[in-house]
Design a protein around this ligand. Sequence first.
Ligand code: ATP
Length: 587
Amino acid sequence: MESRSKASRNGVSAREAFRRFWPYTRGIRRWLVVGALLLVLAAAGEVAAIWIFGLITDHVLAAKNLAAFWTPALVWLQLSVLTAVASFGGDYLTTLVGERFLLRLRDSVFAHVQRLSPDFFDRGRTGDLMVRLTDDVEAIEQFVASGLIKTVTSVVSAVFFAGAALYVRWDLALVSFALAPLFWLAVRRFTARFRETAVRERESNGAMTSVVEESLSNHALVQAYNRQPAERRRLHREGLTWLEAKMAENRLSALYEPLVQVIETVCVLLVLGFGASELARGRVTLGGLLAFAAYLGYLYPPLQSLGDVGLTASEAAASADRIIEIMETPPAVADPAVPRTRAARRGRVAFDGVTFRYPGGGRPALKEFSFRAGPEELVLVTGPSGAGKSTIARLLLRFYDPERGRIRLDGVDIRELSLTTLRDTVTVLQQETMLFPGSVRDNIAYGRPDATEEQIVAAARAAEAHDFVTALPEGYDTPVGRQGRLLSGGQRQRIAIARAMLRDAPVLVLDEPTTGLDAPTARRVLAPLRRLMAGRTTILITHDLHLAPEADRIVVLDGRPPTGSGPAAPREIARRYGRTPEAASRG
Ligand SMILES: Nc1ncnc2c1ncn2[C@@H]1O[C@H](COP(=O)(O)OP(=O)(O)OP(=O)(O)O)[C@@H](O)[C@H]1O
């Protein structure tokens, strides 16, 4: 994700960011309007309350007339209740709309991320992606939903208070408004720099989260190789960078507020000085002057929050770049326009002249590769490390599409099938057993969440997992830990076999199913594996030729272009197992 971050430096403007993410408010806009109206009503209530305060000062306090107090006091009380209700309703609704927007945007970015090819995750850093899905998404919400409401209510409030001030004393008001350009100057100078610091802050936050994530998920490696001090240093270094970026951001926002306050004080002093002389000359009442000063006082917060919107916009534009970058990363594969959603489920697999190169990879991982596997057949794929064996499984699941050639399932090009149908038809048992944190039961039922208890137990029995599972402290409810680390390698493998049994797909790809298991354990999983293979098309990717005598066909990927005499490995297999392997190459 390094390259992705760099692209953000000359990214979208705040206006483009707004336009891009505004559609996510669809369906909740009316609540946005109602919320904003309520907030405007609350601001109007405040204007009226200050007016009453001025009246009370002149007609009650200055005139020392208590009898004139009760009516305005009652109106003020009613007004304040009304303002409180409007303000509560407005805050509640606008927060709700903001949170709904956030939820929708996050869901949609996450849904897109889920469609990306494994390559995206292999190259990127998880920590950085996590920051994008949390902080960056939130910064966009702060701008598009909350920011819009803030802008509207601030503008309306500013107009209210400025109008009221003008009404009370237009000349005094004009004097203080003359200082308004100072605000805009301050805001303009700050926003550009703020955006830069916001980008730096997000990037270093992503880098730091990535270090934490990488170190914690590889904790066993770190401890076994005594790399704790190095990892601590790495985190400290990223933490320092973050601290600097955060301080740069904070310096700006911390400087901005006092600066605005100084401008504000200058205005208030000017008004008071001018007002005092007007009062002495009897051209303004004390109540009028106080109300005027209060209107000005109330005018600054909306002006200041308009300035903040500028800062929020810069921050959001920085985040928008990081989100747009993800959203514009196209998935390597997509459903066809009119996908077939029914598969024959017989399990005939054919690779015809398949050439494939990983994105950004130079040499093809597979070149002109062809083979066939039919129902109830066991096809063993072997060859040296890096020859492209696991690539076959990735292509069959359509994590990627081949550059040339076709892959067919029961005679249909897999690009014509919906991805869901294809992946329901093919089960892959990975080289490393992949378990989710959860219970044994959850993991067995992972591919079929609607499975009954009897089906789960039957699958576990067939996978020879039932006995060890029932011996676990909480049986099927025992948590397996992160990546199944609370279980042994052989136990993890048998749970994965049970999961595959339950899924009951016609095509099975076993990618090095016994790797990482010692010989006796490997032998123990062979029986459940055979049970799993029965009645299905099985493609067994392995270095281990134990099962070669049972294979209907052996495909050898030798990592070199085919030669006339054929590579040594197929001949060796032919000599040992008395069958002729098919040689294939990865180029
Ligand atoms: N995501 C990727 N991006 C770029 N190249 C890749 C990627 N994954 C694998 N490769 C390359 O493609 C080639 C084939 O990889 P593959 O995983 O299919 O090998 P393999 O035969 O299964 O090896 P092994 O027996 O060691 O598991 C290798 O040279 C590898 O470096």
